[in-house]
Design a binder for this molecule. Structure first.
Ligand SMILES: [Zn+2]
Length: 201
């Protein structure tokens, strides 16, 4: 698959599908992490959601996406996992890594790293759990195996950086990524501001 086409489409999904839902869910008190599932064949969106932690602490963006998908009344309309792309706005936590695995997806793509989630979004739980529960992320142990028997994971930033420095789309993609970063910083500021206000529905 053409990686530039794929990255642009993942950015489209974040901007057009995930962020609008995230603006709704953060108003209810959920945080900014979202996700989506796309068809591999034409990169169309199957489902995209923000986060549901205001309703249930384990309804991370990825779980919210899977919950929404499996509420589809006609189950014949749910595409097989092997035919789908899984997108997480933020590198999936240990629970969501397992959820993606149990749901059968052979891939996931993410924008923000664990370190950015900790440093920009002030959420250190992903790294804390991987270190404290699993003993990963220290002493040369990776947080997880980015390529394993179940799936291969892709950092969108690394995909962009791996393009040839002279590639005509490289800077355009970096600019798009930076624009999305700015929106997420704004969303995160709204989330933290909302924590001090009454929850609205
Ligand atoms: Zn998670």
């Amino acid at each position: 698959m053409d990686s530039v086409k794929l990255i642009n489409r993942l950015f489209d999904v974040i901007e057009q599908d995930i962020i609008p839902d995230t603006r709704v869910t953060i108003a209810r008190g959920s945080c900014v992490f979202g996700g989506a599932i796309l068809n591999k064949s034409d990169l169309s969106t199957v489902v995209a959601t923000g986060n549901g932690q205001a309703e249930n602490p384990i309804w991370h963006g990825e779980i919210n996406v899977l919950n929404t998908l499996w509420k589809t009344e006609d189950r014949s309309k749910i595409p097989e996992a092997k035919n789908c792309i899984f997108l997480s706005t933020h590198q999936p936590c240990s629970m969501c890594l397992s959820a993606i695995t149990w749901a059968g997806y052979d891939n996931f793509y993410y924008l923000f790293t664990y370190e950015e989630t900790r440093d920009i979004f002030k959420k250190s739980g992903d790294i804390d759990i991987l270190k404290e529960v699993f003993g990963n992320g220290e002493n040369d142990r990776p947080y997880y195996n980015p390529k394993n028997a179940f799936w291969t994971s892709y950092s969108i930033r690394e995909m962009i950086n791996s393009l040839d420095k002279c590639h005509p789309d490289r800077q355009v993609l970096l600019n798009r990524m930076n624009d999305i970063f700015k929106v997420y910083v704004e969303l995160s500021n709204i989330y933290y501001a909302n924590m001090n206000k009454p929850v609205t529905n």
